[in-house]
Design a protein around this ligand. Structure first.
Ligand code: ZN
Length: 230
């Protein structure tokens, strides 16, 4: 299955990212080429230049972005979706996988424009390019194409692990029950700041406030309507 999805991602990248930009890219740098290929492991990256570029999409990466928001949250583009507001901050396999393609393609454009000095990978120029891909509707188009491919493979845009069929990014006032010190902190999310959340609640009868990363608390968020404490 991961091979099928990865193959579809390669086709989408070729048709929706490279081909529409090929002429423009070759004007910037005559003879430039871009190839997409599948990698066996996790590593997903852009490499090359002068004139051949390659974007490798790791099958294990595709798997992690489809399995659960917990495995997906380890990837940088998870934070990008949240912090930069891409896809209205929706986290699902289709937004995560589209996020990967756009991220790697943005590296290609970055190198092409000479905006990647040594040691400065995710710099302002990079995010300017990535923002543009998301804000001009391009990312949404790619996501829609991907959704069609997923449905052809009889896959829904849902994480595969059962406890997260319809993952929603936590909201203010969602209830949480997280491991805390030697026990459990019962509380509510009071603030969300990028990929960190502030939880306020009771621990051993004491009012307590703590800040955690989204990844740490995802599995402990409960639906809002089940707020049976505080
Ligand atoms: Zn990157």
């Amino acid at each position: 299955m991961w091979k099928d999805i990865t193959d579809r991602l390669l086709t989408i990248s070729e048709h929706c990212l490279w081909l529409p930009k090929k002429e423009w890219a070759q004007k910037q740098k005559p003879g430039v080429t871009l190839t997409f290929k599948a990698g066996r492991g996790k590593r997903t990256y852009h490499r090359g230049g002068n004139p051949d570029h390659i974007i490798t999409i790791g099958k294990k990466c595709v798997e992690e972005n489809f399995l659960s928001p917990l495995t997906a949250s380890k990837w940088l583009h998870f934070r990008e979706i949240i912090d930069r507001g891409y896809f209205d901050r929706q986290i699902s396999p289709s937004t995560m996988l589209t996020g990967i393609l756009c991220h790697e393609f943005a590296h290609f454009v970055q190198v092409l424009l000479g905006a990647r000095p040594r040691g400065s990978v995710h710099n302002d120029a990079f995010y300017k390019i990535l923002d543009r891909i998301h804000h001009n509707g391009h990312a949404e188009k790619i996501r829609n194409t991907l959704l069609t491919h997923l449905s052809n493979l009889s896959l829904k845009d849902q994480f595969l692990e059962e406890e997260f069929p319809n993952f929603k990014y936590p909201n203010i006032n969602d209830t949480v029950e997280i491991p805390y010190l030697e026990g459990t902190l019962f509380g509510k999310i009071r603030a969300i700041n990028g990929s960190n959340v502030t939880i306020e609640g009771y621990f051993c009868g004491q009012r307590t406030r703590t800040t955690k990363s989204i990844g740490e608390i995802l599995e402990y968020v409960k639906p809002k309507n089940r707020s049976d404490f505080i």
